[in-house]
Design a binder for this molecule. Structure first.
Ligand code: FES
Length: 171
C-alpha cells in the first residue's frame, strides 16, 4: 500500500491497490498524469457504487468468488430496472472510494448538489432499493438536501461524509 493513501486512519482496499497498480503499469503515464485514474461517465444524477468493497468484514468475496461491491452493483441494476421511477438516476461503478472499512460503499451525487458517501450496506436488494429511493429524492432536491422525513429507513445510519460540489461549499 502506498504510504500517501493512509487517510484519517482508513486505508484503501489492498486488493484494489494491487489491481490499480497493475492497471497503471500496463497503461503507462502521460506527462505525469495517470491515464487510468479517471474514466468519463454521464454527468447527471447517479449512484456511484464501489465495485471492490468486501462482502463481509471477514470475507472479501461471497461463496461464488464475487466481491460484495459487485453484488451490490448487480442489485442496484436489478432494482433500477424494476421501476421506471428510478430511471432518472444512473448506476455507475467505480473502484475503491477509500471507505473500505464501511463496506459496501456508494457515492450519491448530482450536478450542483451536495453529494454523500454512504456505507455499511449489505449487498442485497433491500439496500439497493433504499439507496435508489434516497437518490431519487436527492436528484429532485434543492442543493442536495433531502428532508429527513423522506429518508428511506434503509439509509439511516449509513451516511459517512458529505461532499460539496465543485464551485461551492456548505453553509
Ligand atoms: S474497496 Fe475501498 S471503498 Fe470499496
Amino acid at each position: 500500500m502506498r504510504a500517501g493513501w493512509l487517510l484519517h486512519g482508513r486505508t484503501p482496499n489492498d486488493d484494489d491497490t494491487i489491481c490499480r497498480d497493475a492497471a497503471d503499469r500496463s497503461a503507462g503515464t502521460t506527462r505525469g498524469i495517470r491515464m487510468t485514474l479517471l474514466r468519463k461517465v454521464a454527468d447527471g444524477p447517479a449512484v456511484v457504487a464501489c465495485s471492490t468493497c468486501c462482502f463481509t468484514a471477514g470475507a472479501p468475496e461471497d461463496a461464488e468468488g464475487v466481491r460484495g461491491g459487485r453484488r451490490l452493483i448487480e442489485a442496484l441494476h436489478a432494482v433500477r430496472a424494476s421501476d421506471s421511477s428510478y430511471q432518472r438516476v444512473a448506476v455507475q461503478e467505480t473502484r475503491c472510494l477509500f471507505s473500505c472499512t464501511e463496506h459496501c460503499s456508494v457515492h450519491i451525487r448530482a450536478p450542483g448538489k451536495v453529494g454523500y458517501v454512504l456505507g455499511r450496506f449489505t449487498p442485497d436488494a433491500d439496500s439497493a432499493r433504499a439507496i435508489l429511493d434516497y437518490a431519487v429524492h436527492h436528484a429532485a432536491s434543492e442543493g442536495g438536501r433531502v428532508p429527513f422525513s423522506d429518508w428511506p429507513k434503509g439509509v439511516k445510519g449509513h451516511f459517512i461524509v458529505r461532499v460539496p460540489p465543485p464551485g461551492y461549499v456548505t453553509e
